[in-house]
Design a protein around this ligand. Structure first.
Ligand code: NDP
Length: 434
């Protein structure tokens, strides 16, 4: 606390995670002796740099670039780049810390990092975004590499930005090195099934969690929030498992379709036309559109899948879901449930799948993208999807086993934190004092 007085988000996240690993420290005195806690919360390296660029009118701007290389214990640093005005060191350190745990859960050889800039791509022309990305990579290139640090997209960094960043890296390095970035387009060595991976992975995780209680997803009513990448493929896989998904949303409001969401129509509106979700009711008169996002959690359901944004389920929404008899909540988004909402779900015996574990399918397939790039091959969709199913099953199994060993047997929040911590801590011990 004395070292980072200006980093409240980082300190909150760290203290919550560390609380849940206390039972492990008691069982492993060597973790205490070797100061694993003190070491794991200190980034291995933090890089900040100047990013000057010129807009279309010739005006010069200066943004700040960051890369927080948190842990390389189990593999090259790995984590997304975020371009958003809210980006600062506090936020990136907390995201990088979380990423170390998520990546460890994947069971794949990836460490943890996060980076980005306070640059806002909204309202910028393609040309301006390209100039910014080129300037950003002109400094970042010296700190990354396929065996060193492998960034990916995050908020504000999609396929377009990954393309510009990769183009500049390739030009400076004079080397193809496709494995230096993930989330690439398939025609320049991205992975098939990466687009679907987070949403599909969420459903694989939730299915494992329900199967363990002999509950089938078939004919269950599911409420999904969002209509972006994660939500779209969560809906697709939930429907494939025989569930009836009755909602989806965007940042303006939500749609309730008693007949079940017509996903082809959602894709047409959001992916093809880049429209608003309220347009759904124009072609589906039986459906209702409601302004505002919070109301989606008042829709009666068996399973709730928040796939839009952080903090979207607060205590009031959690109470509404429980009052309506929700059995399970699976987090597709990053930290969509507030801490008091999670506590309420757990007190009321709702099966709760934390995002750190349940949405790890995305980064897992990114690690598979690195593997494909290393062998200069591209696997089929089915091959990647098959591996994703195994990865999600293992994440569930390990989190459950540690919940049973150290905490409440259904507390997958503690189970996931403990699984990841023990894995990273053991490797840190093996590497000695570095
Ligand atoms: P997208 O930008 O594709 O979609 C986000 C969706 O959420 C959009 O429908 C957006 O609506 C909606 N939304 C945004 N803000 C709000 C709000 N305040 N209330 C309700 N809806 C809102 O993002 P992704 O689907 O990729 O990501 C969603 C979440 O999942 C994020 O938390 C992300 O960090 C997390 N995540 C994503 C991964 C991935 O692989 N994509 C991997 C792991 C986690 P609108 O159309 O109006 O903007």
């Amino acid at each position: 606390a004395k070292r980072d007085p200006d980093q409240p988000q980082f300190k909150n996240t760290v203290s919550k995670v560390l609380e849940s690993v206390i039972p492990v420290l008691e069982a492993h005195p060597e973790f205490k002796e070797q100061k694993i806690l003190e070491r794991i919360i200190e980034p291995e390296r933090v890089i900040t740099f100047r990013v000057p660029w010129q807009d279309d009118k010739g005006e010069v701007h200066v943004n700040r670039g960051f890369r927080v290389q948190m842990s390389s214990a189990i593999g090259p640093y790995k984590g997304g780049l975020r371009f958003h005005p809210s980006v600062n060191l506090d936020i990136l350190k907390f995201l990088a810390f979380e990423q170390v745990f998520k990546n460890a859960l994947s069971g794949l050889p990836i460490g943890g990092a996060k980076g980005g800039s306070d640059f806002d791509p909204h309202g910028k022309s393609d040309n301006e975004v390209m100039h910014f990305c080129q300037s950003f990579m002109t400094e970042l290139y010296r700190h990354i590499g396929p065996d060193v640090d492998v960034p990916a997209g995050d908020i504000g960094v999609g396929g377009r930005e990954v393309g510009y960043l990769y183009g500049q890296y390739k030009r400076i390095r004079d080397s193809y090195d496709a494995g230096v970035l993930t989330g690439k387009r398939v025609d320049y060595w991205g992975s098939l099934a990466r687009t679907e991976a987070t949403g599909y992975g969420l459903l694989y995780f939730v299915k494992n969690m329900l199967d363990a209680k002999d509950i089938s997803l078939k004919d269950k009513t599911v409420v999904v929030s969002g209509s972006g990448n994660v939500a779209t493929y969560a809906i697709e896989k939930a429907q494939a498992f025989g569930a009836k998904v009755v909602t989806c949303s965007d940042s303006n409001g939500y749609v309730y379709d008693p007949n079940g969401i017509d996903l082809a129509a959602v894709k047409e509106i959001k992916q093809v036309r880049r429209g608003r979700i309220k347009e759904y009711v124009e072609t589906h008169p039986q459906a209702e559109y409601h302004e505002g996002c919070k109301g989606v959690w008042t829709v009666k359901c068996d399973v709730a899948l928040p796939c839009a944004t952080q903090g979207e389920i607060d205590l009031e929404s959690a109470k509404a879901l429980v009052a309506n008899g929700v059995i399970a909540v699976g987090e597709g988004a990053n930290m969509p449930s507030t801490l008091d909402a999670i506590a309420y779900f757990q007190q009321n015996k709702v099966l709760f799948a934390p995002g750190k574990a349940a949405n790890a399918g995305g980064v897992s397939v990114s690690a598979l993208e690195m593997a494909q790039n290393s062998e200069r091959l591209q696997w089929t969709f089915e091959e990647v999807d098959g591996k994703l199913q195994d990865i999600m099953a293992n994440i569930y199994k390990n989190a459950k086993a540690n919940a049973e060993k150290y905490a409440d047997p259904d507390d997958l929040v503690a189970g996931a934190n403990i699984t990841a911590f023990v894995k990273v801590a053991n490797v840190m011990l093996a590497h000695g004092l570095v």
